[in-house]
Design a binder for this molecule. Structure first.
Ligand code: ADP
Length: 222
């Protein structure tokens, strides 16, 4: 699913405060794997995840996603690819608090190349929300939900376009240990259904539930 070859990312390239956050990262993640990325704060985990998510570009090296090299992709092509192939889950949920769960979860459908009628959108959103176990919260506003319910809604939004890959940046960082277990169960079920999942985490309990841990330190894979 993912092949990275010698990826280098420098912030403020060419300036006196240039900082090489990734110093030649090479790794492979197979389709269907559930992998944790661990490392101390500042190690380069978020930078790596943002590159995997096609949110940030790299300066050199090669990134192959599902066999396709992304080196020469335009911003537009990357945005389309992200919408179709990648679901993203953030620590702070990144939901619109004043929208209902249904409205939040449906947002990626509006950016999809595939045009759908409202009825179909509603059915897809309902199905995604049901698969994260909060179908009874469909019409509630996000601001009325618990942290765990918010993260379930964010996961539902991440999977609505049926992406092959789910990337999560500290998805349990704002949750208590019981809720963390529940959210990891949701990721586990998605993985069983064939999704490739990459989770950046500080939490060893979360990492233990993944099949493999990739450790990053000072911008390199250990
Ligand atoms: P982690 O997620 O492991 O905590 P990050 O990938 O966020 O690490 O950051 C790696 C390094 O890159 C850190 O030293 C951080 O200060 C630096 N960094 C991250 N983002 C930027 C940025 N936008 N501009 C400059 N430096 C950055």
């Amino acid at each position: 699913m993912i092949v990275l070859k010698d990826i280098v990312k420098t912030y403020h390239l060419g300036q006196s405060n240039a900082f090489e956050a990734l110093q030649g990262v090479s790794l492979e993640i197979q389709a269907g794997e559930m992998v944790a990325i661990m490392g101390t704060s500042g190690a380069g985990k978020s930078t790596l995840l943002h590159i995997l998510a096609c949110i940030d570009r790299y300066d050199s090296g090669e990134y192959l996603l599902d066999g396709t090299s992304l080196d020469d992709f335009s911003e537009k092509k990357l945005a389309d690819l992200r919408n179709e192939k990648i679901g993203i889950v953030m620590q702070d949920f990144a939901l619109v608090e004043n929208f209902s769960v249904m409205e939040n979860v449906s947002i990626p459908l509006d950016f999809s190349k595939k045009k759908r009628h409202n009825k179909e959108k509603k059915a897809l959103a309902t199905q995604a929300v049901a698969s994260t176990g909060i179908e009874d919260q469909l019409y509630k506003k996000v601001k009325e939900l618990s942290g765990g319910q918010k993260q379930r809604a964010a996961i539902a939004r991440a999977i609505i376009n049926n992406p092959a890959l789910i990337l999560a940046d500290e998805p349990t960082g704002a949750l208590d240990s019981k809720t963390t277990k529940e959210i990891m169960h949701v990721f586990g079920e998605l993985n069983k259904k064939g999704k490739t999942i990459v989770i950046v985490t500080h939490d060893t309990e979360v990492a233990k539930q993944c099949q493999r841990i990739i450790r990053i330190e000072d911008g390199r894979v250990l």
